[in-house]
Design a protein around this ligand. Sequence first.
Ligand code: SGN
Ligand code: CA
Length: 537
Amino acid sequence: MKITKQFTIYFFVLIFTILACKSIKLPVKETSISKRPNIVFIMADDHAVSAISAYQDWLAEVAPTPNIDRIANEGMLMKRTFNTNSICGPSRASILTGKYSHVSGFFKNEKGGDFDGSQMTFPKLFQNSGYETAVIGKWHLGTSPTGFDYSKVMINWGGQGTYFNPVFLENGRDTIIERKRHSTAQVAHDALKWLGEGRDKQKPFMLMYQFKAPHRPWEPANEFKDLFTDGDLPHPKNFNDDYNGRKAASEQWMEIENHMNRRDLKVRPPSGLSKQELGKYYSFGNKGQFWTPSDTLKGADLKNWKYQAYIKDYLRCVAGVDKAVGKMLDYLKSNDLLDNTIIIYTSDQGFYLGEHGWFDKRWMYEESFKMPFMIRYPELIKPKSVNSDLLLNIDFAPTLLDLAGIDIPKDMQGTSFVPQLESNNKSAVRDAVYYHYYEFPKWHNVQPHYGVRTSRYKLIHYYYNMDEWELFDLKKDPNEMENLYGTSGTKKLTRRLKNKIMELQVQYKDNMSLEDMRAMTDIVIERVYNEDNIDTN
Ligand code: SGN
Ligand code: CA
């Protein structure tokens, strides 16, 4: 064959183009727009960073989470992702809207009303730009989901769902009791079913895959009951805290030793109790009532007994979530979807696993303030990447939109951290994170507070019915045991942090009076899902 001059030119242009595409990285937006990646946003409930072995924290060896870790190992692990209000519904509302609680309007779980589903959320923006969207599992926002082509969310137990016989609302219409599977396995089953046969396969998809586990009352599936049966699990460093110098911390109702109830500790009720009597029986302990399984078990031994019962069931629930994550990863792999799907694992907030002697969340202390966050997307992210930027849950929406090449609405308060996903990026997203918690006194008597955290320091103001400040040096005191507020040599630092709080309050439009903030705590608006108004017929 005779090679023409024109062909030779074509040939060189082609080789040059191939080489250029390989070496030059196109700007993120262009690459992702053309590819339209799928999204699987996996969120557990109350899953603490220390209970995910990828974080190499104090439980990593005894309770590995190999499937969740795969996301981090094959992608990026974020070490400093925080929430703006450490409680379920508010954090979920912030994730959907990219806005602080006082702007999304959902700022407390108890008697704060339901989520205003008419507002703009990131799933709506995905749906509007041609994605097939779904949410399956825990929702906990009252009003039925908007912005989804398919939804199946738990609605019983005040919208929290239960581990066994959970009640779901499908597409905002049908009520279904699922009796066959444990809640985690049910959510996994429904998500894979939707991926396999429920969605429009011509479109890219955005799936929110959300578990109830490992939320209180920590009821694992039978198949995990035999985990951790050989001896005791370790205690965290500050398991015994006297709350010295931290007034708000000394007044809570969330001590493992004093506030775990019979339901938490899986104490069997006597037979023949009415529904009301049963409720009373189970909640015994909430208010500090003394209970022991035997007359000889008291003091530190009793506290350890309760802790072991708690931590083991919590970690068994985590094992269930880990298995469900593995199922999802395997499904994506065997359906050739793994590499064009952005996979995220997170939790609505962190949790205390005995730190400060506690269970539950709500505080701006690290364990509940921090959220796990890891993301796998080989197109952009190198395996085994680690990032320590100060990120917030309000950044998730803009980041996801950015990754899919969808415009980010100007009124979203978070920032896209797509540049951070490229490991060589050095510019920080922000130099401090702002936090605000409102719900009081239910359930755990945690004082409303706001505060700021920089990469080294934290300043908190408890303002509801006390006027207390706390200052921590996280480098010297990572467990937040020593309140430095008002101690010598901290004046300038305190002033700087107070100024930062004021600056962020203005930036996020949270610069209201303390009186107005207290009024938000006091608001009483009932929520839709009480047991009595669920029709399962
Ligand atoms: C329930 C729990 C509380 C927990 C809240 C909020 N009590 O009310 O311990 O703090 O949920 O959790 S329980 O006796 O009903 O288990 S959240 O994750 O939904 O915000
Ligand atoms: Ca939660």
